[in-house]
Design a binder for this molecule. Structure first.
Ligand code: ADE
Length: 233
């Protein structure tokens, strides 16, 4: 029986999903509130992790150890790193990596955590294809892309920083602050995962204006897709 862990970094990214679920159990742990119950006839645990990589990693470990989730989905917003991907569009992760890890002094490529044996964490193929199919059904007016998501403990709002990320990872689709940590922790625990992000800004000097203006609508696009896809996994 599937049990899907659904993580959003911020309340705005999970509030609609929470309001649609029937809650059977609530657990406070690591200053996070885990809501267990049924969404769209499927067992789920929905949680706001808080922002950044440490919160995200801790959250997945609790979903694994305490709730024994079978799948992890991260829903939320991101800054676009590709001129073809506009505000409101959706990116489904092929894989995720850290743009802010640097052990190059030991011969590792930028982004690779020493001794893990991988630079990026591959999302689950079935979850990727179901996310795309669900998006086309529930958000038919929205473009959905499948590509690499890069994460770091930084809100990217300068063209220089954006360019330096793209110099290291030219094939990145969007950037945010949790996806790679969720991917990493899921990978360590052998849990299939996918990261789904709707674009709220372009990760450049317009980001601090665009983000508050588009965050809510973008977060809703991603959440609507997640609610649909969970019953098809
Ligand atoms: N989440 C949404 N937009 C972002 C940005 N520009 N940088 C990091 N995380 C984000």
């Amino acid at each position: 029986m599937n049990k899907i862990g659904i993580i959003g970094a911020m309340e705005i990214e999970v509030e609609t999903l929470k309001s649609h679920m029937q809650i059977t159990n609530t657990l406070e742990k690591a200053s996070m509130t885990f809501l267990e119950g049924i969404l769209n006839d499927i067992p789920v645990v929905i949680v706001r992790s808080g922002v950044g990589k440490v919160n995200a990693g801790i959250c997945v470990q609790i979903l694994s150890d305490v709730f024994h989730v079978t799948h992890v989905i991260n829903t939320g917003v991101a800054g676009s790193l590709n001129a073809e991907i506009n505000i409101g569009d959706i990116v489904v992760s092929t894989d995720a990596l850290y743009h802010d890890v640097d052990a190059t002094g030991f011969g590792y490529p930028v982004g690779e955590v020493p001794q893990l044996g991988t630079l990026s964490f591959a999302a689950d193929a079935a979850m990727i294809s179901q996310a795309k199919a669900s998006c086309e059904l529930v958000n038919p007016e929205i473009k959905v892309f499948e590509g690499r998501i890069v994460s770091g403990d930084q809100f990217i709002s300068s063209p220089q920083v954006k360019d330096s990320i793209l110099k290291n990872f030219p094939d990145s689709y969007c950037t945010e602050m949790e996806g790679a940590a969720i991917a990493h922790a899921s990978w360590l625990n052998h849990i299939p995962f996918v990261i789904i992000r709707a674009i709220s800004d372009k990760a450049d000097d317009s980001a601090h204006m665009d983000y508050p203006a588009f965050e809510k609508a973008a977060a809703e696009h991603s959440a609507r897709l997640v609610e649909h896809m969970i019953s098809r996994l």
